[in-house]
Ligand binder design. Structure first.
Ligand code: SF4
Ligand code: SF4
Length: 152
């Protein structure tokens, strides 16, 4: 079966990294879980995401989706602007999920998160802050590229 192209508005890169199964409706969550599972699969980092300024793959079943725009488009456009600038990405570009995660790791400090996500209604829940904190400070860092050298 042919896979659908994944399209993200700029703020949805960080939202997707932080997604923990909450959302606007059961169908919204179900769709988001499928996208999240695709990106977490072994080949997920190679998935190419098209960056759009309009309703995207996550918005598709959202009750706030009005065709190409969100019912809270003004707020969403601010979030998109903030995140595009922080990640250094532009509408119309394509980027792999792996490269997007790299940009989040390098460009979005916790301090910056509090600024760029300020207008978001989900931010006070603290979920995104917690996931981003763990993403930037993993409890079990990956082994160094050259492997672990013997101590004896
Ligand atoms: S606080 Fe809102 S905009 Fe920011 S990552 Fe979380 S859900 Fe997305
Ligand atoms: S609230 Fe708006 S921007 Fe967010 S997923 Fe729904 S339609 Fe998209």
């Amino acid at each position: 079966m042919e896979k659908h192209t994944i399209k993200f508005r700029p703020h949805h890169f960080l939202c997707t990294l932080c997604f923990q199964g909450k959302g606007y409706s059961p169908s919204f969550v179900e769709n988001y879980q499928a996208i999240s599972a695709r990106l977490k699969a072994p080949t997920g980092d190679q998935e190419v995401i098209h960056i759009t300024a309009q309703s995207d793959s996550i918005c598709a079943p959202c009750p706030h989706n009005q065709g190409k725009q969100c019912t809270t488009e003004e707020k969403i456009a601010t979030l998109d602007h903030n995140h595009a600038e922080a990640l250094d990405v532009k509408v119309g570009e394509k980027i792999s999920w792996g490269a997007a995660k790299q940009k989040i790791a390098e460009n979005i400090s916790l301090e910056k998160f509090h600024t760029i996500c300020a207008p978001c209604q989900w931010k006070p829940l603290g979920i995104c802050e917690q996931v981003l904190t763990e993403f930037k400070n993993p409890p079990y860092p990956p082994f160094p590229k050259g492997g672990i050298s013997r101590l004896n």
